[in-house]
Design a protein around this ligand. Structure first.
Ligand SMILES: N[C@@H](CCC(=O)N[C@@H](CS)C(=O)NCC(=O)O)C(=O)O
Length: 223
C-alpha cells in the first residue's frame, strides 16, 4: 500500500475532492494543513510554489486535477470506461475554469494565507469584481455545467453514470467554495441544485461532511 501525504489549507476548495476520495475509499493519508499566517515561510518548499500537492511515496504530484484524477483512477471513481472518463474530465475542467475566472477574487489567497485578510475591507474594495463574479461568471459556468449534465441524459443519476465520480466531488467542492461569495448560487438552476443535494446526500459524502468542519476560513465572514 502506498503512503500518501496531501498538503493544503484548512478549508475545502481545491483539495477537498482528494480528501473525500481517501475517506470514501477508507485509505489512510497524512492530511497536512498549512496554518494561517505561515504560507510565505513554506511556499518555496513546494515545486510550483502552490498547493494542493499530493505525495505518493516519494513522488510529488502537483496541480489539483491531475492529483484528483490519479486518486479517482486508483480508487475506482473515474467512470466505467475511457469515454466516461473524458466526460468526467469535461466537467472537472469547467469547474476549474470557475476557479481560474475567480482569480481576481482569489488574490486574497496571498494575504489570507499570510494571515492579513480583512473581509470587510476586501468586500468594499472589490465590490465590482465580486458583483461580476456573482451575477455573470457563476451563472455562466453553471449554464455550461447544466448543458453537460443534460447532454449526459442522466437526469436521475450523477453527472456521469449511476455511481458517484470525481466529477461530482469536484463539482461539490467547487460550489462549496463559490457559496462563500454567492449565497443564492443555484438561482435559476434547479437541476444543478438537485444534483448538488444528491451528492451531499450520498451516504459516504454525508458521513464525511458530518465529521469535517474546517471552521477557520477567513471568507466565512461572508456566510
Ligand atoms: N493550477 C493550480 C493552482 C493552485 C493554486 O492557485 N493554489 C493556491 C491555493 S488555492 C495557492 O497555492 N496560492 C498561493 C500562492 O500562489 O502563493 C491547481 O489547480 O492546483
Amino acid at each position: 500500500m502506498s503512503k500518501y501525504k496531501l498538503t493544503y489549507m484548512n478549508f475545502r476548495a481545491r483539495a477537498e475532492a482528494a480528501r473525500m476520495l481517501f475517506f470514501m475509499k477508507g485509505v489512510e493519508f497524512e492530511d497536512i494543513i498549512i496554518e494561517d499566517g505561515t504560507w510565505l515561510d513554506v511556499k518555496h518548499t513546494f515545486p510550483l510554489g502552490q498547493i494542493p500537492v499530493l505525495e505518493v511515496d516519494d513522488v510529488i504530484i502537483t496541480q489539483t486535477r491531475p492529483l484528483t484524477r490519479y486518486l479517482g483512477r486508483e480508487f475506482g471513481y473515474y467512470g466505467e470506461t475511457n469515454l466516461e472518463a473524458a466526460q468526467i474530465d469535461s466537467i472537472m475542467d469547467v469547474c476549474d475554469d470557475i476557479h481560474v475566472a475567480a482569480q481576481p477574487i482569489y488574490k486574497y489567497d496571498g494575504a489570507g494565507m499570510a494571515g492579513e485578510f480583512d473581509a470587510k475591507k476586501y468586500e468594499v474594495e472589490n465590490a465590482e469584481v465580486l458583483k461580476e463574479y456573482r451575477e455573470v461568471i457563476v451563472p455562466g459556468f453553471l449554464s455550461q455545467l447544466q448543458t453537460l449534465f443534460l447532454m449526459n441524459k442522466n437526469d436521475d443519476g450523477y453527472f456521469v453514470g449511476k455511481e458517484i465520480t470525481i466529477a461530482d466531488l469536484y463539482y461539490f467542492a467547487t460550489f462549496d467554495y463559490v457559496e462563500i461569495y454567492k449565497k443564492d448560487m443555484f438561482a435559476g438552476f434547479p437541476k444543478m441544485a438537485a444534483l448538488y443535494k444528491k451528492i451531499m446526500a450520498h451516504d459516504k459524502v454525508a458521513e464525511y461532511l458530518k465529521k469535517t468542519d474546517y471552521g477557520n476560513n477567513p471568507m466565512d465572514q461572508y456566510k
